[in-house]
Write a protein that binds this ligand. Sequence first.
Ligand code: MN
Ligand code: MN
Length: 460
Amino acid sequence: MERKVAWTTYSDKDLKKLETISKNYIKFLDSGKTERECVTEAVKLAEKHGYRDFAQVIAKGEKLSAGDCVYSNCMGKAIMFFKVGRQPLDKGMNIVGAHIDSPRIDLKQNPMYEDSGLAYLDTHYYGGIKKYQWVTLPLAMHGVVAKKDGTVVNIVIGEDPKDPVVGISDLLPHLAADQMGKKGSAVIEGEALDVIIGSKPLKDEEKEPVKAAILALLKEKYDIEEEDFLSAEIEIVPAGPAREFGLDRSMILGYGHDDRVCAYAQLEAIFDISDVPEYTICCILADKEEIGSVGATGMSAKYFENAVAELINCTGDYCDLKLRRTLAASRMLSCDVSAGYDPLFAGAFERKNSAFLGRGVCFNKYTGSRGKGGSNDANAEYMGCLRKLMDDAGVNFQTAELGKVDQGGGGTIAYICAAYGMNVIDSGVAVLSMHAPYEIISKADLFEAVKAYRAFLINA
Ligand code: MN
Ligand code: MN
């Protein structure tokens, strides 16, 4: 039952394609370190492939027919792509969905303070992180500041090699007797994840002169004031580019593989389909998965359902029953990363049901934790169809669950879409050091994910 190592199956032509996709993925990772930046990049790619803004199509009252391509942008933080198929929508769509938010450190609304000659930004971390991993690293600031006059200032500091970086300090080992005796979750406390941003005082300023100097700098460079942080979304993320990893360059080390690797594989797959598909194909990039798929841009919101309703309206006559039929008849891959088996932490895994780096795209019938709690648990019949579909398309795949029973667990967006009555299964790329500032994937698994998602969109 052990699955093949995908690398052993490749021709020279395959390897060339694999390297091209990997190179483009690294570019995507570097320019998309936040959900907003990922949407911007995805729109660029979509427009290059003939996708039009759905909002404009709707505003003009245009009709859509087989072969037409549109994207639906949700607040610049989530996005959907549709290519209309030959079959009527109520025969169901072939859907791939991933998330583009990643664990990180967000600024608080009132973040700035000065202490002992250092200026800081106070933060609240986002998603499940091991807090001790985020100290003593070069960090960058990405995000937006929305001013009262309605203008939105884009901020990216720490990515250009000429930029400064920011970061979080840790205690020296010489004085860490108390700290080293603490539980891992308390080694660095949430309130100790404050980012150092300056140390040079403003001349002749008596009260908080370092903070005053930073504020003067922000005013000059971005025309923003301290109060503007009240309406800002600034994310603190690892600074610098993703890199090829391993002496053999077989892997990629980067920030945010979870879940941008699946997001990118989906984009590669859908934009590579030039023929008119049999069934309408759809790609969803959702926000807020790491904090429970909540909020207006999380998968639990109605934007997907609303977009499908608009699509029904644009391709014929809308009725509620048609919408329900379309959703219930659809097939979906919920594309999210899986835990890669790590021999250094073998005790957390059950080997037979683990995902290994390099053995291809991974299917997780269920995720969840403790007795499959909160999991989607896909139907056996559906997995049966997918096995055939993957084998016919020559896709290397493996199956896994997230670690040993009762060791922990996790969730995805699968159960949310399954609520419409459609068949959904989790499928993604195995990751080492998931949710760490730098995660590791295998280029082969990325390549197999692209093949799998393409085959699914065309043939499911
Ligand atoms: Mn994920
Ligand atoms: Mn995650």
